[in-house]
Design a protein around this ligand. Structure first.
Ligand code: ADP
Length: 248
């Protein structure tokens, strides 16, 4: 794969757990501001790939480079997060007893300040930053509501907003539309499309209608490596993709 122009560059990445090869010579290149959907059957290695990028798991072999030539395999999770890699896990994790606005303020101040008092922060955080994130994630009208009172979809958008508040170069998003209504799913595709361009977004998802709505390049993983990659129409017409994944 091409290293020049890559924001995230994985080449020949392999990792085994107790002799089971979860990733097997995986190569993946994500450009700055690119949106990419990752699909594939359970056990294909999607989660392991994200664990490698965020420093949770160390590869046995291969290169994992970010933003030029920063070797992610040598960094711990906190340092990788500070480089500008955000990760959204499947279930929403927001501060339920805080308002939408205060959740975002906590994120704007940085996770390490989360234990500190909320009071006085509004003055120090640029109001425009907060308004920008609220607008992007479609929660401007709900800024004063308690997070606990939001719908499941709105909580997911709030958490995406909390990650955006830290201005990541790369956002890894794991099955964002699981449990969402159709309307929420459509809104999530629009939201992520708005974000991409300013931030690279890698979305792992099983919902093929949603993947189609993202309108981006698709990578199908199988047995720890790339089975097919390209536009959704080509990937979903690929015989092997149908055999191992879509035809289930
Ligand atoms: P996916 O996210 O595509 O469903 P995973 O990356 O979760 O796939 O898993 C790939 C394979 O590696 C699975 O068979 C899983 O059981 C195994 N695996 C993942 N992480 C670990 C781990 N920490 N220890 C042992 N096995 C693991």
């Amino acid at each position: 794969p091409e290293l020049t122009q890559a924001l995230l560059y994985l080449d020949g990445v392999s990792v085994s757990f107790d002799g089971f090869r979860a990733l097997n010579n995986l190569s993946l290149v994500i450009g700055p501001g690119e949106m990419r959907a990752i699909i594939g059957p359970n056990g294909a290695g999607k989660t392991t790939m994200m664990d490698i990028v965020t420093g949770k798991t160390r590869p046995d072999e291969g290169d994992v480079l970010f933003d030029g030539r920063v070797d992610l395999t040598r960094l711990d999770e906190a340092s990788i997060a500070e480089l500008g890699i955000g990760r959204k896990f499947q279930k929403p994790t927001v501060f339920e007893s805080q308002t939408v606005e205060d959740n975002l303020l906590l994120a704007l101040k940085g996770p390490r300040s989360a234990a500190a008092s909320l009071f006085g922060w509004r003055n120090r955080v640029k109001a425009s930053e907060l308004d920008g994130v609220l607008e992007t994630v479609g929660l401007a009208e709900h800024r004063a509501r308690l997070a606990a009172d939001l719908s499941h979809g709105q909580k997911q958008w709030l958490e995406i907003g909390m990650l955006l508040a830290q201005d990541p170069k790369l956002l890894l998003v794991d099955e964002p539309v699981a449990g969402m209504t159709d309307a929420e799913t459509e809104e999530t595709a629009r939201l992520l499309t708005r974000i991409a361009g300013n931030h690279a977004v890698v979305v792992v998802e099983h919902d093929m209608a949603f993947v189609r709505a993202l309108g981006c390049k698709v990578t199908c993983l199988h047995e720890g490596t790339v089975l097919a990659e390209g536009p959704i129409d080509a990937v979903s017409a690929n015989e092997r993709v149908i055999e191992v994944y879509l035809g289930r």
